[in-house]
Design a protein around this ligand. Sequence first.
Ligand code: 13P
Length: 251
Amino acid sequence: MTRRALIAGNWKMHMTTADAEVLASQVAEASKDATDRDVLVAPPFTAIGAVTAALEGSAVIVAGQNVCWEEQGAFTGEISPVMLKDLGATAAIVGHSERRQIFGESDQLINQRVVGGLKFGLTVVLCIGETLEEREAEQTLTILEKQVRGGLDGITPKDMTRVVIAYEPVWAIGTGKTASTAKAEEAHAFIRKLIGDLYEKDIADQMRILYGGSVKPANVDELMAQPDIDGALVGGAALDAESFQRIINFK
Ligand code: 13P
């Protein structure tokens, strides 16, 4: 089964509108020949409109960095799936470890976001990953299973075609430490097997599982060579057009 690779840049809380426009144009240029893979950027909410405008005519996908489950209402500080779509986004990242760790988002809350994003037609990138403490206590696979089961609770097989999973070990995010390719592959294979058990093998086989955590030009080729690593969710290196271009064009 060959899965189409997906290289995603999570811009986190960076970029003014003007900076985002420049970077988006550079990403469009950098990815124009990469027709055998998908490229996604997740700007801050404030820059999504400018980014989709700058990307017009390009195949780059635009995502929100989070999404609420309701169309509108009294949800101060949140963004609705309809608002994301209104700005031209077609996807949303959900359950990023920064949402879990800093803002206390639970698997149950994250599941509501997954359900809501899918209900309104978005592609959802569900992030999961263990902390250093959990890894040292040898709980990695248990934690991943809990986050997958919790995050995907109630999701139908049909909707699973619009779900991407991103495995991001928390200890590898922004630290310069990457999981060894063997450890990353082990986690990815485990997640795929679990999806096969929860759904069916076909769904597991077509599901894209991205790796995230200090992905950079120097390590992307080796990561992407692993059979169960189908793409990358890139933080810091996605803010630099030259580095992101190299990552998009992994070999
Ligand atoms: P870094 O690539 O900066 O480690 O960030 C990874 C990440 O959290 C992407 O969502």
